[in-house]
Design a protein around this ligand. Structure first.
Ligand code: GLN
Length: 230
């Protein structure tokens, strides 16, 4: 990114605790979301800069006018559609239940009675946990970022966590965490790129056009395979 003095430089919110979608390494941002947004902007000819923050701060920052756009492994939900407009979906995710790899008692959300469930502030996982806490009878403990939440279950302080399937599968494979995924995905969440509701319609059109061109050209698959392909 970085402007040449012409036109708008869009501020793009990201969550750099979220590999393989977004992470920081040696002072640089990497991941599917990073490469995808960069390619869309190049394809459509607009300028931007990334602004990393806790996921739970992204939508509030958009509402406050501090961000124009967000790409943050953000799931498209009806609740969020009240405050942001989403691009076409660009990735199938879905929440899954995760426990310590030595835990054989919890096989589904129905086994969570009296247990502690770790979630990340502002996420669809946190919302799922809150919506179902009375039904299944567990306590919730909240974290600001995914690695802190993973540690809590890895070290046995909490019994389970909720995270998006592609993110936790990648973390388990990469980081040797003492965690395992149990059961099927709990929903069919899809990721979208968000802009402030009712504003930036031009930008949203460019994002959708760029996304489609990258899919048609095979560039989208290249980006995903760079991080997830074997
Ligand atoms: N996909 C989840 C959500 O939208 C989590 C995103 C994240 O933690 N970056 O709430």
């Amino acid at each position: 990114s970085g402007g040449d003095g012409e036109g708008t430089v869009y501020k793009v919110g990201i969550d750099t605790t979220y590999p393989p979608f977004e992470y920081e390494e040696n002072g640089e941002y990497h991941g599917i979301d990073i490469d995808l947004f960069t390619a869309i902007a190049e394809n459509q000819g607009f300028e931007f800069e990334f602004d990393a923050m806790d996921f739970g701060g992204i939508i509030p920052a958009m509402e406050a006018g501090q961000l124009d756009v967000a790409i943050a492994g953000m799931s498209i939900t009806d609740e969020r559609k009240k405050v942001v407009d989403f691009s076409d979906p660009y990735f199938d995710a879905g929440i899954t239940l995760v426990v310590n790899k030595d835990n054989d008692d919890i096989e589904s959300v129905e086994d969570l009675e009296g247990k502690t469930v770790a979630v990340k502030n502002g996420t669809t996982g946190a919302k799922f946990a809150m919506d179902n806490a009375d039904k299944y009878g567990y306590e919730i403990v909240q974290f600001d970022d995914s690695p802190a939440m993973f540690q809590e279950v890895s070290n046995g302080n909490a019994d389970a966590l909720l995270e998006d399937y592609p993110v936790i599968a990648y973390a388990i494979a990469q980081d040797n965490l003492d965690l395992k995924i149990v059961g099927d995905r709990l929903n069919g969440d899809q990721y979208g790129i968000a802009v402030i509701k009712g504003e930036n319609q031009d930008l949203l059109e460019k994002i959708n056009a760029g996304l489609q061109e990258l899919r048609d050209s095979g560039e989208y698959d290249k980006i995903v395979n760079k991080y997830l392909g074997e």
